[in-house]
Design a binder for this molecule. Structure first.
Ligand SMILES: [Zn+2]
Length: 297
């Protein structure tokens, strides 16, 4: 009997690992052939918006290309020393580098009474130079996956609990520096300029693929993309496990399918934000997204 049980668990793990390693394989492929994959991704993105029948102003991390082509082989240690243009080419009253294209977020309130509920989105940007203290999201095996050190222990706990259930919550993208976000965003702007868009149009178009620097929860180290960057992640047992258990560790599905009109971000089943156990459970029970929970929607 015990032997059958072990075999069953091994089978579950094998399937789980195979599902997750598909992303690793894709990542490798993407590095080798990023240009080709970029076109694919653009089309996928467009077809998703067509299918959803909504006007998409912002995607968060729907662009696997942007993620993968930037994640490797570059590391944060190296990227920090890379010179990044910080002087705005065009400025406005707000001073935000991309204000020329209509992006003028206010500063996020970092002194909110509960840091776990810091709101970072298209309207609220992290303070200039903000960088959280970081820690590995998983104790071993994923050395380059970081979260805010106040969040990482909860991800690690969730990871271990899921693993015991035969669920492998592979961390795909955690903390990302604003500098790296800037490079991703600039690269995407240039891509659209090459396609013949004006600079303003190219910037607005780029923002439909990746959030402008400083406005992503990844820049704050508060969110993790898990296992996949595909919408069909919702069909996996990993997603099912997260929906059932993530709140017990303080994580919420940040961009639900039925809240796109509020979040302005497409359904992202892979993006899980830490808000603390109490708030996560309340949001899970009420069905509210973070903006609603904070009374801002
Ligand atoms: Zn994400």
């Amino acid at each position: 009997m015990k032997k059958y049980f072990i075999a069953a668990v091994a089978g579950i793990l094998a399937v789980s690992l195979a599902a997750c390693s598909a992303d690793d394989t894709k990542s490798d492929r993407t590095e080798k052939n990023s240009k080709k994959h970029t076109y694919t991704s653009e089309r996928e993105s467009e077809s998703k918006s067509d299918y959803l029948g909504i006007e998409l102003t912002f995607h968060d991390e729907t662009d696997t290309v942007t993620e993968h082509e930037t994640d490797a082989p570059e590391t944060e240690k190296h990227t920090e020393s890379v010179e990044v243009p910080t002087k705005p080419e065009e400025t406005s009253d707000s001073g935000y580098k991309y204000a020329y294209a209509g992006f003028e977020p206010a500063y996020a309130d970092m002194n909110v009474s509960d840091w776990r509920l810091i709101l970072v989105n298209r309207d609220y940007i992290l303070p200039d130079g903000y960088k959280p203290e970081l820690a590995n999201a998983v104790e071993s095996g994923f050395d380059d996956m970081y979260l805010d050190e106040r969040v990482a222990p909860y991800y690690n706990e969730m990871y271990k609990a899921a693993y015991e259930d035969g669920i492998h919550l592979v961390p795909v993208s955690g903390y990302r520096s604003v500098e790296r976000q800037t490079r991703n965003f600039e690269r995407k702007i240039n891509y659209y300029i090459d396609q013949g868009y004006s600079k303003v149009e190219a910037t607005q178009e780029a923002a439909t693929i990746i959030l402008p620097p400083g406005t992503s929860e990844h820049n704050a180290g508060l969110a993790m993309d898990i296992c996949s960057l595909e919408q069909n992640f919702e069909d996996t047992k990993e997603f099912e496990w997260l929906c059932e258990n993530a709140a017990d560790y303080g994580f919420i599905l940040r961009y639900p399918e039925d809240k796109q009109d509020i979040t302005k971000i497409i359904y992202e089943p892979w993006h899980w934000r830490y808000v603390g156990v109490e708030a996560a459970k309340e949001m899970k029970a009420s069905g509210e997204c973070l903006e609603e929970y904070l009374g801002l929607a």
